[in-house]
Design a protein around this ligand. Structure first.
Ligand SMILES: [Mn+2]
Length: 584
């Protein structure tokens, strides 16, 4: 297939001249320039950003419905009524479930029943048969976590059966709200709390805070420390990709420290196995190393779920679970690699420049999203990947490459009449259709993408500041740690380096590259994971000088920590410095 060799445009987040002018005064450090690029210019705002405080997070009772919910739960507390917590199967839901079960039990609720639907066979949502089953078991109070805001029918059925449902969710409500006992969702139109950035587990955590306070107001004290469940909350907040701003920053900063020293046997064992024990954890460790192992569990629908590991009290059982998890993850990696390979074969003769689309009977439904992510980066265009089940139904996922401006939901809407269902976000969506519609769907997607302006396809990579290797030292790394946690809406800083001399290029297992880059005799190691075709071509041409976009990170190897550049993109330098002569 023709490689799309044009790379993404590199654009600064704010004018570099403005930053340069800033340097005319008291020369700010690289961190100062990064803060400036992220829009922080006021010393007070910067102080607040660098020192987020748990004591300053919002009052939970500012969220609409909180008092009604807390009162209902306190009634259940006094009457020792069973409380079912019904949570989504993803890590947001599972972590929210764990913190509710722990918190309620620690505060003296005697009968807390955790429930989750199965990812593949039951699917996302708050399901009527599960509610009916709970009623048969005597449950009359259900608290949802990370799910329920669109479950109009299930809430109506629950009401019919005499069950009070407290919906806690953070997803956007639809036109019709469910007839629940009360709804706690900071994204409701009428909610005044400004806490719409909380994860599903975050909303549940604010409910726990409200319950603890309401008990206290009745003179009932308990030894439950809200801080002790911040490890769960942190996993949820990072993996659900909600904005790492305001309260979320304070919660995740404290939560990372909590996770680092967690004594929960399951989390401890997983940290040990992943060599993350005894180091200072950052949000990227959780997002890229820790959470994917837990995620593999629900993807493959096995007997063991994240919640089981979260709540396991026995150390040797927890260690066995971690063994199983890592084996499952290896199985997931295998399934993904097979699907990946197969997808590339399927796409060998693909000549549509706007997107790639492959469906196959051999794809496992649990990995299509991961394969789509990889293909979108490899081909630098939207990727649609579907698993064909029973020869007739295609269910799949779509992803766009980093920096691509298009919207997948809009794209899928262009063939809405051909789909059984679809949904999601601009950058990640899911869909289902009958296989006999495949050709028509491809045609209507092509039409859709053709109609869009050409510029819309040009992907863009944004960077914060231009830097030089001379700027990079331990002090900068410490500054970055203080500036974190980084994540959604508070991105890890991306630096641009120009005209670095390439002194070594090595290929690593898995197709990654390791480089040594130099500037004025100062050298840094660099790593490039999963290069695109274009990046690979550039490195295969053995360039003498490169311009790169990179994030800074620590690389630990054999107990030694070194600073390395994690490359986001690269291109051959246009102006090359003749050895010994600096053209600037
Ligand atoms: Mn969620």
């Amino acid at each position: 297939m023709p490689a799309r060799l044009k790379g993404p445009k590199w654009l600064p987040k704010c004018s570099q001249e403005e930053i340069a002018q800033l340097e005319l005064g008291e020369v700010p450090s690289l961190i100062g320039r990064i803060l400036f690029s992220k829009g922080y210019r006021d010393p007070q705002a910067i102080h607040k950003l660098l020192n987020p405080k748990l004591a300053e997070i919002q009052d939970p009772f500012r969220i609409e419905g909180m008092k009604v919910a807390a009162d209902r739960l306190l009634a259940a507390y006094h009457s020792k009524e069973p409380v079912c917590v019904y949570a989504d199967f993803d890590l947001d839901g599972s972590s929210g479930l764990a913190l509710m079960v722990e918190g309620l039990t620690a505060m003296g609720f005697t009968n807390v029943i955790p429930v989750q639907p199965k990812r593949l066979s039951e699917g996302y949502g708050f399901h009527i048969p599960i509610v009916e089953d709970l009623v048969a078991r005597g449950v009359r109070l259900i608290v949802t976590v990370d799910v329920g805001i669109t479950s109009v029918e299930t809430c109506a059925r629950a009401r019919e059966l005499g069950v009070d449902v407290i919906v806690t969710d953070h997803h956007l409500p639809g036109e019709v709200l469910p007839p629940a006992f009360v709804i706690i969702n900071p994204n409701q139109k009428t909610d005044q709390s400004n806490l719409g950035y909380l994860s599903g587990a975050g909303v549940a955590f604010y409910l726990l805070r409200a319950i603890k306070r309401a008990l206290h107001d009745q003179g009932i004290e308990n030894s439950f420390d809200l801080r002790s469940v911040l490890d769960f909350l942190t996993i949820a907040t990072i993996t659900d990709m909600v904005p790492l701003i305001a309260d979320n920053r304070a919660l995740v900063k404290a939560g990372l420290a909590e996770l680092e020293r967690t004594r929960r046997p399951g989390l401890r064992a997983l940290l040990e196995k992943l060599n993350l024990s005894g180091t200072s954890l950052n949000a990227q460790d959780v997002a890229l190393k820790f959470a994917p192992k837990l995620n593999a569990l629900s993807r493959l629908e096995l007997q063991l779920l994240p919640i089981n590991l979260y709540l396991e009290k026995d150390h040797s059982k927890a260690e066995e679970m971690v063994e199983t998890i890592l084996n499952n993850n290896a199985q997931r990696v295998d399934l993904q690699a097979q699907a990946d390979q197969r997808a590339r074969e399927n796409l060998k003769d693909w000549d549509n420049p706007h997107f790639v689309f492959t469906v196959d009977e051999s794809f496992h439904k649990g990995v299509v999203g991961l394969v789509a992510t990889k293909l979108s980066q490899l081909y630098n265009r939207p990727a649609f990947v579907g698993a064909v089940t029973e020869g007739t139904i295609v269910s799949g996922s779509a992803r766009i490459p980093n920096g691509y401006e298009g919207n997948l939901v809009t794209a899928l809407s262009s063939c809405a009449t051909l789909m059984n269902r679809f949904g999601g976000h601009a950058a990640a969506a899911g869909f289902e259709f009958s296989f006999n519609r495949f050709e028509e769907i491809k045609n209507s997607l092509t039409e859709h993408f053709l109609k869009l302006e050409q510029e819309a396809f040009d992907s863009v990579l944004e960077y914060d500041v231009e830097a030089s290797i001379r700027d990079i030292d331990h002090q900068i790394m410490n500054g970055l740690t203080q500036l974190g946690p980084f994540g959604t809406d508070f991105d890890i800083p991306i630096l641009k380096f120009l005209r670095l001399r390439v002194s070594e290029i090595k290929t690593l297992k898995g197709g990654h590259f390791r480089l040594k880059l130099e500037e004025q005799n100062k050298q840094l190691n660099a790593i490039l994971f999963s290069p695109s075709e274009r990046q690979k071509n550039i490195l295969d041409s053995r360039p003498s000088h490169l311009d790169v976009l990179a994030e800074l990170q620590w690389n630990s190897y054999n107990g030694r920590r070194t600073i390395q550049l994690n490359l986001r993109d690269l291109r051959i330098s246009e102006e090359i410095i003749v050895e010994g002569v600096n053209l600037q």
